[in-house]
Write a new protein. Structure first.
Length: 483
């Protein structure tokens, strides 16, 4: 056991350390047959992704750490989640062994790919029974190197060998810096410098991920199907939700139950916002009641085992009927979403999607008399008054990260050309704060967002989440049918 682990456990009974005990617990274990390893579906896709990387970084050693367990408090940890770049190039998802590192070593104009990870320690080690962080008695078995090699189609080496490898780092190496600070520090010390190659690697892999391959699109479809089931679960429990003083928590719990049952986890904290909470864009405290007459804004996504996530929002009347004003706002947002969807096709500039939604949002709030300036003035760059009611953007890329490809340069993201295979959200909204004196009282406290996930096709786009009711009529029918 590490000194750290011993001192942490000083006040609690711990495993014995005498040699008789060690000898006894180390023996009499049956040889366990390993399941037959099968290559995972993503292997050829990951190989192709690594080939594109090789072409760009010929001669450079590239390092992708999965990252460590993150401490939640004292000696408890957050559920483990590998860094997305590691998963993108290895295909190792929710079952990644913490602290693993992918190293791509130049071999001519290509690279050899090796995943370093903590091999099973064996029953004869103290680690097995006494290390609460990594011991297999505590946290479960680790896969064999032979099994990992087959499943991921990668060479495997023990994590114990990694420090010697990293000690050889020089200026030609590049690492995803934020994934594991210990690995980054080791490489920085060895090469004596922070290389600009690190930034180039971060940007390149981010931009590479802008266009999804067939495996990724299939996984996002699975994530959306599980998310749709989670939305149905929630709508099916609204009677219980309204009866509880913290109905928002029940919504979160019900959705997250589905996420854990069908996927790895939620892809981000579930937003379960009832009534005026819907006007708080990232309301994740979710500790409020849900009352008759409220709209519920639920923004949630299941992350599947391969770590791709959905990101979907629906806003629904808890009693099954929109009020007149709620319906007005709802259909305006839907109109904006439909307008944005209608412009999507290969060749447009990404920001045009946002512009299409904003033109509709601005028109409505202008017609309703909320703007202090003309519609044209509000839509001009020096105006933008309508954004008071929707301060967020309309679209972001979606994939392994809910806000995917964040390090892509502006000219490839916001100013980039939309291409077939891109997956992004369309998520306009209108939020009228309870204390907003620019809108009539009837509008105050209403928040609506509709968020869909779309994939760009050769001629337009497919709304992947269209099966979750969207129109006001369909939403009412949905709530009436299930609740
Ligand atoms: N759920 C966060 C977002 O919609 O971007
Ligand atoms: Mn969302
Ligand atoms: Mn989103």
């Amino acid at each position: 056991m590490s000194d750290d682990a011993i001192s942490r456990n000083a006040n609690r009974s711990t495993t014995p350390h005498n040699s008789a005990f060690h000898g006894y617990i180390s023996g009499d274990w049956a040889k366990v047959d390993q399941p037959v390893a099968v290559q995972r579906d993503q292997v050829p896709f990951c190989a192709e992704r690594r080939r594109a990387l090789s072409a760009e970084f010929a001669g450079h050693t590239l390092v992708f750490p999965a990252g460590p367990m993150l401490v939640r408090s004292y000696d408890t940890h957050h559920p483990y989640r590998a860094h997305s770049a590691f998963t993108y190039f290895t295909g190792w998802g929710s079952d990644t062994v913490p602290d693993s590192v992918l190293v791509l070593t130049p071999n001519g104009t290509e690279h050899d790919a090796t995943v370093y990870y903590r091999f099973p320690a064996g029953r004869g080690t103290e680690e097995f029974y006494s290390d609460a962080d990594i011991g297999e008695f505590w946290v479960g078995p680790r896969p064999t190197p032979e099994g990992v090699a087959v499943e991921l189609g990668l060479a495997t080496r023990s994590l114990a060998d990694l420090s010697d490898v990293l000690a050889q780092a020089d200026a030609s190496w590049a690492i995803i810096r934020e994934a594991d600070s210990a690995v980054t520090d080791t490489i920085d010390r060895a090469r004596g410098t922070v290389s600009t190659r690190d930034d180039e690697l971060a940007v390149f892999q981010s931009e590479q991920r802008l266009v999804k391959d067939a495996f990724e699109i299939a996984e996002i479809r699975l994530a959306i199907a599980a998310t749709a089931a989670g939305f149905d679960d929630v709508v099916g429990t609204l009677a219980e939700v309204t009866a509880h003083t913290r109905g928002e928590r029940l919504i979160e719990g019900t959705f997250n139950r589905r996420a854990r049952a069908e996927g790895n986890h939620v892809g981000y904290e579930t937003i379960a916002a009832a009534g005026a909470h819907a006007c708080i864009l990232h309301w994740v405290r979710n500790d409020g009641p849900v009352r008759d007459g409220d709209l519920v804004l639920m923004d949630a996504g299941v992350e599947v085992e391969s770590l791709y996530t959905a990101d979907i929002t629906r806003t629904f009347p808890v009693n099954g009927r929109f009020s007149e004003t709620q319906r007005l706002v709802y259909e305006a947002v839907r109109d904006a979403a439909d307008a944005a969807f209608a412009v999507v096709k290969p060749g447009i500039v990404f920001r045009e999607v946002h512009a299409a939604a904003m033109a509709v949002i601005a028109r409505y709030v202008s017609e309703w008399g909320f703007l202090p300036v003309s519609l044209d003035e509000s839509l001009s760059e020096s105006g933008q008054h309508h954004r008071r009611y929707m301060v967020h953007g309309t679209s972001h890329h979606l994939g392994l990260d809910v806000h995917d490809c964040p390090q892509a340069r502006k000219e490839f993201y916001k100013e980039g050309i939309v291409r077939e295979g891109m997956v992004f959200t369309i998520e306009p909204g209108l939020y009228f704060q309870t204390d907003d004196l620019t809108v009539p009282e009837a509008f105050r406290g209403i928040g609506v967002r509709i968020e869909d996930n779309i994939v760009v096709t050769s001629t337009g786009a497919e709304n992947l989440s269209v099966g979750i009711p969207r129109s006001a009529d369909d939403v009412e029918a949905w709530v009436s049918r299930l609740s």
